[in-house]
Design a protein around this ligand. Structure first.
Ligand SMILES: NC(=O)c1ccc[n+]([C@@H]2O[C@H](COP(=O)([O-])OP(=O)(O)OC[C@H]3O[C@@H](n4cnc5c(N)ncnc54)[C@H](O)[C@@H]3O)[C@@H](O)[C@H]2O)c1
Length: 417
């Protein structure tokens, strides 16, 4: 990606990790079996913790990556453990009910962490400390204490890869959207909207109540932050990465509007973010109407980019002469798409042009896993690294904290201390 990073940022919320440099010289407690960047052709043994719907999906994708063997799977719910064993395609696969057992295996090089959110940091920290590379599902962590612990551990193990599975950042359409925004194609950014709407209860029918909280973990605050950490986090992550800024204040109202079934996490919410550079944004999500699906929009003085289902549409403002009168500079960036605009019909000459771009049906999750494997083998720095994933979690935590306190305005300092 060739992105010009021309936005000012605060030091304490700097995007883009300096982790490796900062941590250079610190002791590496666990020694990785596959040394990052030094085993270009070696096989990589992978253990997968949490073989529910996502874990099994990732196992099936892992099987298609050359040189990968899923040697260990773990789940405390026996039917899901069995599904993971079957999906591994490995007759010698070792099944475990305790996640610590995966990490104890000396021949496991990398661990995929895909149980409920509250376990992401405990599993990832233990894996890094045992010398394993880690692909953690999103979000990074549930509390700021967890985020701090994760940061410290990643910094202590610069030789190991730690990547958070925000797979949308691997999409070509996302890279192009980011480049267009960063190159000022839409002029001065004023506002953004992010939404993630579904029509699902999230509730699984459970025969034996002892599995209620294990399988319906999304309902309960002990295990995750509901819509914010499970759904909207994807769009918040993309927006923070594109805009290169962080919120300074957040407020969010959450309600249980439809599913009064004993759950604690809201099924409807609407929030507001004030970014450090003055850009204002709204975020919303719900579980009872899927009309708007998952997407976001960024509005600038010269145009708008709307991102939905891995494609985007661009709308130019019809009238922009008033902006030239007040001296607002605008640089149109050539769009590198199949349906490219020529520079000759850039917004100033044809301002109401719409560009509609669907990405290929490439599998972003497969690309994220391939990227992880490439980082392990070649020593590349993960795109979805600890620093950027941590910022996404901090923004989600600001909104979540506010939603639990009737929409009170929550500052970034309140969350980060
Ligand atoms: N990146 C994405 O687009 C994406 C999509 C879906 C889910 N996810 C993430 O993947 C994770 C799992 O989601 P899911 O949809 O597979 O949920 P799920 O409920 O289907 O699977 C979670 C599994 O974890 C198991 N588990 C619970 N406690 C455990 C423990 N102590 N040890 C071992 N296993 C334990 C459960 O039994 C269950 O099988 C979540 O963090 C979720 O946010 C990411």
């Amino acid at each position: 990606m060739t992105i010009n990073d021309n936005l000012s940022r605060r030091d304490f919320i700097k995007r883009g990790s300096t982790t490796a440099a900062a941590a250079a010289g610190l002791a590496v407690i666990g020694a990785p079996a596959v040394l990052r960047g030094q085993n270009l052709n070696s096989r990589i043994n992978v253990g997968v913790i949490g073989t529910g719907s996502r874990g099994c999906y990732l196992i099936r994708l892992l099987k298609g990556i050359p040189g990968i063997t899923v040697t260990d799977v773990c789940d405390i719910y026996p039917p899901h453990l069995e599904a993971g064993e079957n999906d591994s395609g490995n007759e010698q696969v070792r099944g475990h009910e305790q996640w610590e057992k995966v990490i104890e295996q000396k021949d496991v090089d990398a661990v995929v962490v895909s149980p409920p959110l509250f376990l992401h940091v405990p599993c990832s920290v233990a894996a890094l400390e045992a010398g394993k590379h880690v692909y953690s599902e999103k979000s990074m962590g549930l509390t700021v204490e967890q985020l701090n612990r994760m940061k410290a551990t990643v910094e202590q193990h610069p030789a190991l890869v730690y990547l958070v599975g925000y797979q949308s950042r691997m999409m070509e359409s996302f890279a192009q959207a980011k480049e267009l925004v960063r190159n000022n194609s839409f002029g001065e950014i004023t506002q953004f909207y992010a939404h993630y709407d579904r029509n699902t209860t999230w509730r699984k029918e459970i025969e034996d109540p002892k599995w209620e909280r294990v399988l319906n973990w999304r309902m309960y605050r002990e295990y995750c932050g509901g819509i914010l950490t499970e759904l909207l986090t994807h769009n918040i992550d993309m927006l923070l990465d594109i805009l290169g800024t962080m919120p300074v204040n957040a407020s969010c109202q959450g309600k249980i509007r439809v599913y009064n079934d004993g759950r604690e996490n809201h099924d409807s919410l609407m929030g507001y973010l004030e970014m450090e550079n003055g850009v204002l944004g709204t975020v919303s999500g719900q579980l009872a109407n899927s009309r708007w699906g998952s997407g976001w929009a960024i509005h600038g003085t010269y145009g708008t980019i709307e991102y939905m289902d891995s494609g985007f549409r661009i709308f130019w403002e019809k009238e922009t002469r008033h902006l030239q009168q007040i001296g607002l500079k605008h640089k149109f960036n050539r769009i590198k798409l199949g349906q490219s605009l020529n520079i000759s019909n850039a917004p100033l000459t044809e301002p109401d042009k719409i560009v509609d771009f669907r990405d290929s049906t490439e599998n972003a999750s497969r690309k994220a896993l391939e990227h992880f494997v490439a980082c392990v083998r070649n020593g590349d720095k993960p795109v979805m690294d600890m620093e950027s994933a941590r910022l996404t979690s901090i923004a989600a935590l600001m909104l979540y904290t506010s939603s639990l306190d009737n929409g009170r305005s929550v500052s970034v300092e309140e969350i980060t201390g």
